[in-house]
Design a protein around this ligand. Structure first.
Ligand code: XIL
Length: 397
């Protein structure tokens, strides 16, 4: 990490001490209520009480990227080209806080493929150039997915040409950026047990066109096109102590075991980690750590690839929401970073100013969502403190 990552922001300790005073009484009352066995009216109140009792104190003013790098962990965020090039204040904060950049949209099929026989790298190249200029590592997202496919895909990709289309895409895209990418999400979200296909596979166009072997093919072609990049399998809903997430964890583990048994060049698992502040009580650290250890025992590293904490169903009160969100970040990352194989954490966005959840999971009350480390004014929130604290306390990689 370069010096540019040291920041001259107000001392966050002082900033959040004031918060503490404001919440002190609430926390004591909350803890008292729980201690006396008076169960809170609803889970949000319980979350708030649990979150309120925390200090979220942080030492110093180093950036998240610098704190992570000090432990051998990569921290970065997803970003849209427009936000980076049309908002200079945001771009400056991004460079200040992050050690890695992943394009939120620019490397998906929809952005790269104007037609079956054309590639358009202009947008993605601008992000790669920006990252290179600012000494940021790069992640590619994503070579094979069932979403963000261009309109021509359904009409022009058939069982007859699908393998050639897939191989050509990966060879061309991974080849174009060969040597520049720290890692690629090669295959994204191939598992969806709810769709009841064999081995829990998602009934995606790729499965319909090529069968399960599209996953192995994608990794082998990507490894040949860019031997320097770490190659990830990336997925979501792997986080909570629920029947659905447990089923999905098992199916993903089985997939990774099969790939490794065939010596497929898969190097890491990507946990998207799109968390929900309302579900915090369903997070089971020991269960998560058992799963991560099983993944690591396959010889794989682990990335947290798309971390954010949605607050769609949380109370309107901003202080309460921020505390529950911060506690979710702290609990998840504390548990996950206890696994030495976890080497990178990326949030899916850096500031509430630009979060996909504004459109994807808006609040019924119309209030702006607050899922990310920085607020819409690019100031650190308690979530920032929570992530900083976990990096500071993490073991050296
Ligand atoms: C989302 C982007 O954030 C949106 O801007 C876009 O419109 C749709 O895709 N899991 C993924 C990401 O792997 O690629 C998705 O990103 C969010 C869910």
């Amino acid at each position: 990490m370069t010096d540019s990552n040291s920041t001259s922001r107000p001392n966050k300790r002082l900033l959040y001490r004031r918060d503490l005073l404001r919440f002190g009484a609430g926390a004591i009352a909350g803890a008292g209520a729980v201690a006396l066995g008076r169960s809170p009216q609803n889970s949000s109140q319980a979350e708030t009480q649990l979150a309120d009792s925390r200090s979220f104190d942080v030492e110093g003013d180093r950036s998240l990227g610098a704190r992570a790098a000090a432990k051998g962990i990569l921290y970065g965020a997803a970003v849209r080209r427009s936000n980076l090039f049309e908002d200079t204040a945001f771009a400056a904060r991004f460079v200040q806080e992050c050690g890695m950049l992943v394009p939120e949209r620019a490397m998906k099929w929809q952005a790269l493929r104007p037609s079956l026989d054309k590639f358009d790298f202009e947008g993605a190249d601008q992000l790669v150039d920006f990252a290179t200029q600012h000494d940021l590592k790069l992640r590619g997202h994503t070579l094979v997915w069932h979403h963000s496919l261009p309109d021509w895909f359904a009409e022009q990709v058939t069982r007859q040409n699908a393998e050639q289309v897939l191989v050509n895409h990966i060879q061309t895209v991974a080849g174009h950026y060969a040597g520049k990418m720290q890692s690629w999400d090669v295959v994204n979200e191939a598992i969806q047990p709810k769709e009841e296909k064999p081995d829990g596979f998602r009934n995606s166009p790729w499965l319909q066109l090529l069968g399960q072997d599209y996953v192995e093919l994608a990794f082998r072609v990507a490894a040949e096109a860019d031997p320097d990049a770490m190659l990830l399998y990336n997925d979501y809903s792997l986080d909570y102590d629920t029947a659905e997430d447990e089923t999905k964890r098992n199916a993903v583990l089985r997939l990774l075991e099969r790939l490794k048994s065939r010596e497929v060049p898969v190097h890491a698992l990507g946990l998207q980690a799109h968390l929900d502040g309302q579900d915090s009580r369903q997070f089971n650290p020991a269960q998560m750590q058992r799963f991560l250890r099983e993944v690591a025992d396959l010889g794989l590293k682990i990335f947290v690839t798309e971390l954010d904490v949605e607050d769609q169903r949380l109370p309107a009160n901003i202080e309460q929401r921020d505390r529950i969100v911060a506690a979710a970040y702290e609990d998840y990352l504390t548990a996950v970073l206890a696994e030495p194989a976890v080497i990178a954490v990326l949030t899916w966005g850096l500031s509430d100013r630009y979060s996909w959840l504004s459109d994807y999971k808006p609040r019924d009350d119309g209030m702006p969502v607050r899922p990310l480390p920085l607020d819409a004014d690019l100031q650190p929130k308690l979530a920032w403190n929570a992530i900083a604290r976990v990096f500071d306390q993490a073991a050296q990689r």
